[in-house]
Design a binder for this molecule. Sequence first.
Ligand SMILES: Cc1ncc(COP(=O)(O)O)c(C=O)c1O
Length: 357
Amino acid sequence: MSNRFRGTYAEINLNNIESNYNYVKSLLKNKSIMPVVKANAYGHGVIEVVRKLVSLDVNYFCVSLLEEALEIKEVFPDVNILVMGVVMPNDFATASSNKITLTISNEFQYQGLLEFDDELSIHLKVDTGMNRLGFKDGLVIKEVIKNIGKNSYINIEGIFTHFATADSDEKYYQFQLDNFKKILATIDYDFKMIHASNSSSTIKYEQNISFTTHCRLGISLYGLTLDKGMSLLKPAFKLKTVISEIKELAKGEYLGYGITYQAKENILVGVLPIGYADGFLRQNRDSIAEINGKSFNTIGTICMDQMFIEIDKTIKYNDTVTLFGGIISIDDVATRNNTINYEVVCQITSRVPREYI
Ligand SMILES: Cc1ncc(COP(=O)(O)O)c(C=O)c1O
């Protein structure tokens, strides 16, 4: 139980994360999952998520930042971690001394690597069409490997690419996959680890890919997907708060900043101790929230620390209000806010304690 003094928290179901991991694993023969736990495990709380996965014998994780890798290493010094984002040569020594694996995706890092004089494991990043990070040309990568090979401190452990459209454009996905295959043939190097798939590709296509060893499972570990018909995944994040104040609003009275809401009749209003500083953004106004299995309208503007809900006489102080993760799904919130489920869970700030079941 965390040290919290208000009724707002995120309820994280680690059993669902375990179930999602086991489900995806069951789809894969002879391949390993590297869970992606960047951004505080997509908002779910990185240390507890890693703890759960370590208990399932997972020993290789992916993050985006060196800071994120260090945070995990402090608690779990023996796990392997790949930093997928760009770490600059100035920071190679920190990665080396903490046994953290880096991604090398550009000329600047490569030049730094040639001169680096301590042990470092790396994965090379190939840009097959997303045009974000990575080397694009197989012959260039071949040369990079040849020259890095002259530095005996460097262990070239793996190579990978990333798909831009695994969930949305199968043709472009296939183009990137074919491109990766061609580039690997040009490089002709015996990598210990080759990986390409994110969640969507892992679930839909990984078994048909013959040349990869691992996949990087992010959003679906947390029970979410942008694909249709994946009912076996179980979302793990519920955002909960309570009724912290109840007041009567007489017909004609106004509510909140900007007095954007005026009561058309006498109503009861519940004040909820959560706001946009918790990552429940102002664009969520005029929606619904769940109390005792029923939905109620939220009204007025969302403040930094409070918001409002129209209630009835059955609702009492301290009743639990579920903003999402119950009858209102994370996908419902994403649709309402014209965004994707990834953003809904990532944007809940660290001010909201994560509690685990
Ligand atoms: C390089 C890389 N690999 C894997 C992932 C995991 O993707 P997903 O969450 O769609 O599984 C991400 C997430 O953005 C990523 O940036």
